[in-house]
Design a protein around this ligand. Structure first.
Ligand code: SF4
Length: 445
């Protein structure tokens, strides 16, 4: 009997041995279904010189600088800008439509690019950022590997995260590299905020875009020369460059954008929401990416208090938080002193806003950050808010759409519209929902 079992076990696919035994199970090669528990290609140090790393178009405001920093470390990086129905359809071939829409977009963009013939699959890798929470995003890497295994099995997947995921299979981080990335996010946030507060009012079409290029090039030079930590100098440079753009004095409707991190920022994910709002004669107000980073950091501190997690880890995160929050406070102070632009939200104020609506223990997905941003926008005069949500994203539906009623109760003038982004939603439907919200806003204006 023992021998029978051993010979049966030996004939099974390796991934089934020792786990659930299913008589008659076929290997991934036999079944034609990729098995993501199989071994996968890893990105080695030598590949830095030979491989082009493809990055999905997630952070159009920040990648100008972040990609520059990664290239300085010796990596060959390219941000993908392919979009359209064929990208979504490519994603749908490998990702069930119940899976997170961001995963579908990212995988669709990788595969569509690899199939374009522009990249040699033997010398190409793909990169994904991970926040490392309990959400499904922590499983995007196996999902991407599964899709690539079926079509481009030699392409490795790299992860950029600070939570210990995918050890030995990400970018080789060092303190200087991390610091440059962090400063690039601060500067990227400020450029995004100043652009959005200038563009709708510019006298000469394209002047704000020119100011953006001037700022990005100046910060790149600062990063190359090692001067990027002169925060005040470069914050004032950005503020002054945008302030020099001639503007008309008009009153426009301000529209805040909150929601799941990918659809909030990615033009592919949110059907070019910022462009649409500009076309409608509005001023988009997009909260800072650094707020999301601070949210991830402070959640690790809260974990020790609320869920009894490791206190030593929490202490380290507390130090990192103090450092990053200290920088944010300075940027806010200098922006206020400059006087031309509305500063970004103060993260401690965001936490206080969250406490009015939801517990800070709610941290799946973007969790408490979404109601916190809605409340902070409403109390700083941006009462019209689009809450961008990927269809099927349970955590953000609860913390976004689910919390909107409480935010409206606190701020009766808050005009919030939740908008779903999913593979079957049409751009027209999404825009019509926003137009309805804008009709109410125009009446009030
Ligand atoms: S936040 Fe939503 S979209 Fe993002 S991984 Fe979690 S469930 Fe998916």
């Amino acid at each position: 009997m023992k021998e029978d079992f051993e010979s049966l076990s030996a004939s099974l696919h390796p991934s089934l041995r020792g786990g659930e035994v299913r008589i008659g199970a076929r290997s991934s090669a036999e079944s034609g279904i990729a098995d993501f528990t199989d071994d996968y290609p890893r990105f080695t140090h030598e590949m830095k010189a030979t491989h082009t790393i493809l990055v999905p178009d997630m952070l159009p405001w920040h990648f100008d600088l972040l990609v520059h920093v990664i290239r300085r470390e010796g990596y060959k990086v390219e941000v993908l800008h392919n979009e359209g129905r064929e990208v979504i359809d490519e994603g749908l071939k490998h990702v069930h439509n119940d899976t997170c829409f961001p995963a579908l977009c990212v995988i669709g963009q990788y595969l569509n690019a690899l199939k374009s013939g522009k990249y040699d699959p033997e010398h190409t890798a793909v990169l994904i950022t991970q926040s490392g929470g309990g959400c499904r995003a922590s499983n995007y890497v196996p999902l991407i590997r599964k899709a690539l295994k079926a079509e481009f099995p030699s392409v490795p997947v790299l992860s950029l995260n600070f939570s210990g995921l995918e050890k030995g299979n990400g970018l080789e981080l060092n303190p200087g590299f991390i610091l440059r990335l962090a400063y690039s996010i601060f500067y990227g946030d400020l450029i995004m905020s100043c652009f959005n507060q200038t563009k709708p009012y510019e006298v000469k079409e394209g002047a704000s875009a020119e100011a953006r290029v001037v700022c990005v090039e100046e910060i790149k030079r600062a990063l190359d020369r090692g001067k990027y930590r002169k925060l005040k100098r470069y914050v004032l440079f950005i503020l002054n460059t945008f302030a020099a753009v001639p503007v008309k004095s008009e009153k426009k409707i301000k529209v805040g954008i909150v929601g799941e991190i990918y659809v909030k920022y990615s033009p592919l994910g949110n059907s070019h929401l910022e462009d649409f709002l500009l076309q409608e004669g509005c001023e988009p107000v997009v909260p800072a990416l650094m707020d999301f980073i601070l949210y991830c950091i402070i959640n690790n501190v809260n974990d020790a208090k609320l869920y009894g997690k490791n206190k030593k880890t929490a202490a380290v995160f507390k130090l990192v938080y103090r450092y990053a929050y200290g920088k944010q406070k300075k940027i806010i102070k200098w922006t206020k002193q400059h006087g031309r632009y509305e500063p970004m939200h103060d993260f401690e104020r965001l936490r206080a806003c969250a406490d009015l609506v939801i517990n800070q223990g709610v941290k799946m997905g973007e969790g408490w950050l979404i109601p916190a941003e809605m409340a902070a926008l409403a109390e700083t005069g941006t009462e019209n808010i689009v809450c961008a949500q990927p269809f099927g994203c349970l955590p953000n539906h609860i913390a976004g759409k689910g919390a909107a009623r409480v935010v409206r109760k606190l701020y009766p003038d808050a005009n919030i519209v939740p908008v779903d982004y999913d593979p079957s939603a049409t751009k027209v439907n999404q825009e019509n929902r926003i137009k309805l919200m804008l009709a109410t806003a125009r009446e009030k204006l």
